[in-house]
Design a binder for this molecule. Structure first.
Ligand code: SF4
Length: 439
């Protein structure tokens, strides 16, 4: 009986990369690979990269440099680079790091088994195509393992928005929506393997318009179809653009029982001047009106956002407009970053805000966001929430899960297992989680 080959995958970046890494592990599972947590005993090392941060490519090259010794010790060790840096850099990776055997883009990783076989014959394998064939259909033939209670499911890829700071349209390509029937089949398969909560993924997920039985289906239409899947208890989706929040999606937040009261809706800035420079195609006012309509449909919804400070030409007044917007919305979660130049994007050529100014603004914004986050969490004390338990907590006898608002909730000494959905009364609020009692 041959020893299974060991695969070490390191994933950077977004939830879609997490989803892709799971699919790549399944694809190579058909080649006899099992995953290992340590690169030292791997037969193949795969870096699934992200191109979002500054110097993203340089970080990949230095990471690869760390495997030089390992490759010298184990000449049969195969090293591959996947994800958005693979797509952006392609052949350049093999030129700069000749020890790399395989480079594969996000749209063609369903061809990994053939590519891996090629490297076993001592050849290099490079594929950064945007192939016609549906990679998900190719992938679905691979054997599947039991799953935990939550899972990501990609329904849409790519983006047509071309925000001035973003590489996604260049590395992931144009928006493509998967046919609804295939998504529903994959959801049913996930439920059979133990999943109770699915997060629908897309770089611009609320622009989803996949082929359905009666023509194009919107994201709301897809959510109502998934709502019929027995055993699926919760539906979430990310990441959305304000301009694609259709009336039917807002309405679904008010009426679809399985759609969770949590919405991640990036805005990036509160200044109309900066929103224009970012090519976001909406104003702060229209965004605030949209939030109002969403809260009318679902008053207890928890809003989450993304912010960039120090975008080229941002003045103190522009930044103040961002603080005013955050104060008005009060986010339960918000991710905030200093603008970082991404080669090849329009904003990269513009005059940059001084680092110390951007640092100061980021600190002030994060202080406000943390204050709001804490206020919203503290207000949960005394309330009853439903928690999908996922795993044991750090303390003995502790179990952890997520509430419908995506808050981490832990209970102690409770007879509850992973995958159980239970009512919990919140008794305390901590820095980043809540404590509660099972009802
Ligand atoms: S909508 Fe999002 S993914 Fe698309 S270009 Fe803008 S920031 Fe990038």
């Amino acid at each position: 009986m041959t020893e299974p080959k060991k695969l070490f995958i390191k994933t950077y970046g977004c939830q879609m990369n997490v989803y892709d890494s799971e699919r790549m592990a399944e694809a190579l599972g058909g080649q006899g690979y099992v995953e290992t947590k340590s690169p030292d005993d791997a037969d193949m090392i795969l870096l699934n990269t992200c191109h979002i941060r500054e110097k993203a490519a340089e970080k990949v090259y230095s990471e690869l440099g760390r495997f030089k010794g390992l490759k010298a010790e184990k000449p049969d060790l195969k090293i591959g680079v996947a994800g958005c840096v693979a797509q952006a850099e392609g052949e350049e990776i093999m030129r700069r790091q000749p020890m790399v055997d395989l480079v594969v883009g996000p749209q063609s990783y369903h061809r990994l088994p053939e590519m891996e076989a090629k490297t076993r014959d001592g050849e290099k394998a490079l594929d950064t195509d945007f192939p016609e064939e549906d990679k998900f259909e190719k992938l679905k033939t691979r054997p599947k393992a039991k799953r935990g209670p939550t899972a990501f499911l990609t329904v849409q890829e790519g983006c047509d928005k071309f925000c001035a700071f973003c590489v996604v349209p260049y590395t992931r390509g144009a928006e493509v929506s998967r046919p609804a029937d295939r998504i529903i089949r994959e959801a049913q398969d996930l439920v059979e393997r133990g999943v109770r909560e699915i997060t629908l993924l897309g770089q611009n997920v609320n622009a989803y318009h996949g082929a359905g039985p009666n023509g194009d289906m919107t994201l709301a239409g897809l959510i109502w179809e998934l709502n019929k899947v027995d055993g699926l208890e919760r539906i979430r989706f990310t990441t959305s653009h304000p301009n694609d929040m259709g009336d039917d999606l807002i309405e679904a937040h008010g009426t679809c029982e399985k759609l969770m009261p949590y919405l991640h809706l990036p805005v990036q800035s509160g200044s109309d001047k900066i929103l224009k420079r970012m090519n976001r195609s909406h104003t702060a006012e229209s965004y605030l009106r949209l939030i109002e309509r969403i809260r009318e449909a679902r008053p207890d919804i928890l809003m989450s956002g993304d912010f960039i400070v120090g975008f080229p030409e941002e003045t103190e007044d522009d930044f103040q407009a961002t603080l005013d917007l955050v104060e008005e919305v009060k986010y339960g979660y918000a991710y905030s970053f200093k603008y970082s130049t991404r080669p090849g994007t329009p904003a990269a050529e513009r005059p940059q805000v001084k680092t110390h100014i951007a640092d100061d603004r980021l600190q002030r914004l994060q202080a406000m966001i943390t204050r709001h986050q804490r206020e919203i969490q503290d207000a949960m004390v005394g309330r009853t929430v439903s928690v999908l338990f996922e795993k044991p907590g750090r303390q003995p006898g502790q179990m952890v899960g997520k509430s419908e608002y995506l808050h981490a909730v832990h209970v102690s000494d409770a007879d509850v297992a992973s995958g159980e959905l239970r009512q919990v009364r919140i008794t305390a609020s901590g820095a980043n989680s809540l404590a509660g009692k099972l009802l």
